[in-house]
Design a protein around this ligand. Structure first.
Ligand SMILES: C[S@@+](CC[C@H](N)C(=O)[O-])C[C@H]1O[C@@H](n2cnc3c(N)ncnc32)[C@H](O)[C@@H]1O
Length: 274
């Protein structure tokens, strides 16, 4: 894999990380629809707000634009660079909100001990990011990080996808076509295919994603990413929250916060630090 442009001082690894961060945002041009949930939670709790595994600031930036003090933590500097740029571009558009109260922290959430620990009114892990902590122990530690950063009475939220048996049956190593779309940032045509293998003994999905991109009719660059995702259901979410000392308020099955039911696509846990 090589894509270093002439004159660029970035290493191949930095170039690849920047491309994968950009393609992460391309994945999410189909809005998952979760922002209103976090705006509503933030409206209820007030700030400061902590997002763990915040990525490119898809949620952290609009929460800051809404006037909340937000700390966004991620270990991927390329994702945080995009969050920084998103904040800059958003603030430039809304001149009145030019001074966003947004702190971006490059750190592993498992060992996180911010100086503001114990003061956050809302702390959350959005959109399956918990899965990327690919062992049960790491996921439990992420819950502990949430809990120790909350103020007493503060609210934690964790959102995960609940695959159907049919979804898991497709995770047998076959190549699955995901999409072909134009990246609005580069004008490149991007094709995404993925292959996943699910191990029921560990609940881990070994996911390989292949992106091919290039100008229409031009030569193509290929980017490959490997992820291990440990799936977690609602019962285990509840156990991890309780083990971290959190009191469960509810587990919803969708972003409208309707109750979880058989067939629900998501489990969204809301818990409170006593
Ligand atoms: C699926 S993205 C989600 C980004 C964002 N929460 C959103 O909803 O758009 C997951 C993010 O988790 C980050 N991540 C994975 N493991 C992490 C860890 N141990 N500490 C901090 N960030 C981590 C990745 O770098 C990635 O940016």
């Amino acid at each position: 894999m090589s894509n270093t442009s002439p004159g660029s001082s970035d290493s191949p690894q930095e170039t690849e990380a920047a491309a994968l961060a950009r393609l992460y945002d391309l994945d999410l041009v189909d809005d998952p629809g979760d922002l209103d949930l976090y705006l509503a939670l933030a409206g209820r709790t007030g700030g400061p707000i902590l997002e763990l595994a915040a990525g490119s600031g898809r949620l952290a930036v609009p929460l800051a634009v809404a006037g909340h003090a937000v700390t966004a933590v991620d270990l991927d500097s390329a994702m945080l660079a995009r969050a920084r740029e998103r904040a800059r571009a958003t603030a430039a558009k809304a001149a009145a909100k030019a001074d966003l109260d947004l702190e971006l922290v490059e750190a592993d959430i498992l060992d996180l001990e911010l100086s503001a620990a114990g003061t956050f009114q809302l702390a959350f892990i959005a959109l399956n990011s918990l899965f990327l902590l690919a062992t049960r122990d790491a996921q439990r530690r992420a819950f502990l990080t949430l809990a120790r950063h909350l103020a007493p009475g503060g609210v934690a939220a964790v959102d995960v996808w609940l695959p159907e048996p049919d979804d898991l049956a497709r995770f047998d190593g076959r190549m699955i076509f995901e999409y072909e779309r134009i990246d609005p940032e580069t004008g490149h045509e991007v094709t995404k295919v993925a292959s996943a293998r699910y191990d029921p003994t560990t609940a881990v999905v070994d996911l390989t994603t292949i992106f091919e991109e290039g100008p229409p009719g031009g030569s193509v660059v290929r980017w490959i990413r490997r992820d291990a995702l440990r799936l977690v259901g609602p019962d285990e979410l509840a156990t991890m929250a309780a083990d971290a000392g959190l009191e469960i308020e509810l587990i919803a099955g969708a972003y409208d916060m309707g109750p979880i039911r058989p067939g629900s696509e998501r489990a969204i846990l809301i818990a409170r630090r006593p």
